[in-house]
Design a protein around this ligand. Structure first.
Ligand SMILES: Nc1ncnc2c1ncn2[C@@H]1O[C@H](COP(=O)(O)OP(=O)(O)OP(=O)(O)O)[C@@H](O)[C@H]1O
Length: 478
């Protein structure tokens, strides 16, 4: 099979599109390959083209990647389906036919796609059958990889020139790789044109004035602008660091509520504060009600309407709080994966209050160095953001060194004790309130959000007006 590269598309064959309907055996080199299940691949792809199967498609997207398909047409089709989703477009039959023509991607031709989408055998497959088909595709994909790795080891061993140590390492790596890829949609090397196609698609969407769904607002237009216009970007680890009582938790609440308001499912790990305290902060923010009201029988009657209204609004949104203290990184990852599966088809945001507490959980183990564990935590959260394709906003405490300077605005070097955070985070923001140090400040009621690192953008400072008693921040007209 000779492969060429289509403009802005995918490697494709020069073969004509198969004339047969999708329920016939398509004449292809893989038709008789025991490590490729045509039926499973078609069953899954057919289900992805149907309306109302968003939950199922979310599950499939979380476990399969394009390279898991054994048939080249299906590799291209699945990749196109993913890319339409990433650029926020519909991905039904018409959209797939249209996109494969526009981008000159070989997906078997219009007839093949129509037959695939409307074939009764695949169309009537139960949810269980589709899930079983996805599992079969994954199993066969991993088996092919294991086979290829084993062949390589056999070839090397047969030459008698590779050390036993190197051979056993290769075997161990292959086994580890098989174990991890069996459980997730982690991809192997993919041709750059696939990624370029997504970028170009997003550019086209933007030029057409459509929102690109790869980030979510912080709730503050000025901060969104500084963050490149996207707000909190999917797959980014955003670290929000400050000295105690500066407003980190309050800001996290603002970010979570803005994302939930924008339709995301928000999960906040509140390891420091109980769930009820966090819920009060959220009601405070949503209803502009000072926290002190909750404990005042005199003030409550006047504010009841606002509290109930806020409670109802929040209750209708997808906001979840995990109040377990001292979670380990592994627990956070497992719980987050489960949350993603339960909210399949929805975009997510994950908040962690706060980073050093993950370390504390794990550091309690004998022999664990706190700095190393904080580093592991930030690395692990970055991987989680990538895996779940959502922003992860982690709070971090800054040490006292900040206060030994005349200018107490935090700087990157204040994260030095946890140098790994500096490396892993895509965005690092510091909070600073001048009033916390200078009672005579010229800017009372103002919080500076200092963006000290942005992997794909500029650094700078945005000033927000705050009412901390209500966990409320608002854009400040400067
Ligand atoms: N009900 C309230 N009334 C008045 N002020 C409040 C109320 N709740 C919180 N604050 C103030 O808001 C500020 C920010 O608190 P927040 O918990 O968000 O800070 P933080 O940076 O997360 O602190 P820490 O690191 O100690 O958890 C604090 O100065 C706190 O005193």
């Amino acid at each position: 099979m000779t492969a060429t590269t289509a403009p802005f598309g995918f490697p494709r064959t020069q073969q004509p599109a198969p004339a047969e309907a999708a329920n016939e055996a398509v004449a292809s080199p893989t038709a008789s390959d025991p490590l490729v299940s045509q039926i499973s691949e078609r069953t899954v792809l057919c289900s992805l083209m149907q309306d109302g199967r968003e939950d199922l498609s979310g599950q499939i997207a979380a476990t399969l990647n394009a390279q898991d398909f054994g048939e080249e047409i299906h590799v291209n089709l699945f990749r196109l389906w993913q890319q339409l989703g990433q650029s926020g477009q519909a991905r039904d039959l018409a959209a797939l036919v249209d996109a494969s023509l526009t981008h000159n991607v070989f997906t078997g031709g219009e007839d093949y796609l129509i037959n695939l989408a409307t074939n009764p055998t695949y169309l009537t497959a139960s949810v269980e059958a589709i899930q079983a088909a996805a599992t079969r595709i994954k199993d066969l994909s991993v088996t092919r990889t294991v086979l290829a790795s084993a062949k390589l080891v056999v070839e090397k061993a047969a030459l008698g020139q590779t050390s036993v140590e190197a051979l056993t390492t290769m075997l161990e790596d292959a086994a580890g790789n098989a174990r991890t890829s069996a459980k997730s949609s982690r991809t192997g090397p993919e041709h750059v044109v696939g990624f370029i196609a997504v970028v170009l698609e997003q550019i086209e969407q933007r030029l057409e004035g459509k929102e690109v769904d790869s980030g979510v607002t912080t709730g503050f237009p000025s901060l969104d602008r500084l963050l490149g216009g996207y707000g909190m970007v999917d797959e980014d680890l955003i670290v929000l660091a400050a000295r105690p009582s500066m407003g980190k938790t309050a800001m996290e609440v603002n970010f979570m509520l803005a994302a939930a308001e924008a339709g995301r499912a928000a999960l906040l790990y509140s390891m420091e504060m109980r769930g009820t305290s966090m819920a009060k902060r959220m009601i405070s923010r949503a209803g502009r009600v000072p926290g002190s009201v909750f404990n005042s029988s005199e003030q409550l009657p006047d504010r009841l309407e606002a509290i109930y209204e806020a409670a109802q609004k929040l209750g209708n949104q997808h906001i979840y709080i995990d109040e377990s203290p001292g979670l380990s990184l592994a627990e956070i990852r497992t719980r987050s994966r489960l949350f993603a599966a339960q909210n399949a088809g929805k975009k997510l945001i994950i908040g962690v209050d706060y980073l050093q507490l993950i370390a504390a959980g794990a550091a309690a183990k004998p022999g664990a160095d706190a700095r190393v564990v904080v580093g592991d935590a930030s690395k692990g959260l970055k991987q989680l953001a990538r895996e779940l394709k959502c922003p992860v906003v982690a709070l971090a405490q800054l040490s006292r060194t900040v206060e030994q300077r005349a200018n107490k605005r935090p700087m990157m070097s204040d994260l030095k004790e946890s140098g790994q955070i500096e490396q892993d985070a895509d965005v690092i923001m510091f909070l600073y309130r001048d009033e916390a140090y200078n009672p005579e400040t010229a800017e009372p009621g103002i919080t500076e959000v200092i963006v000290a690192k942005q992997r794909e953008g500029a650094t700078g400072t945005v000033k927000l007006a705050h009412q901390l008693a209500s966990s409320l921040y608002e854009d400040h007209l400067q």
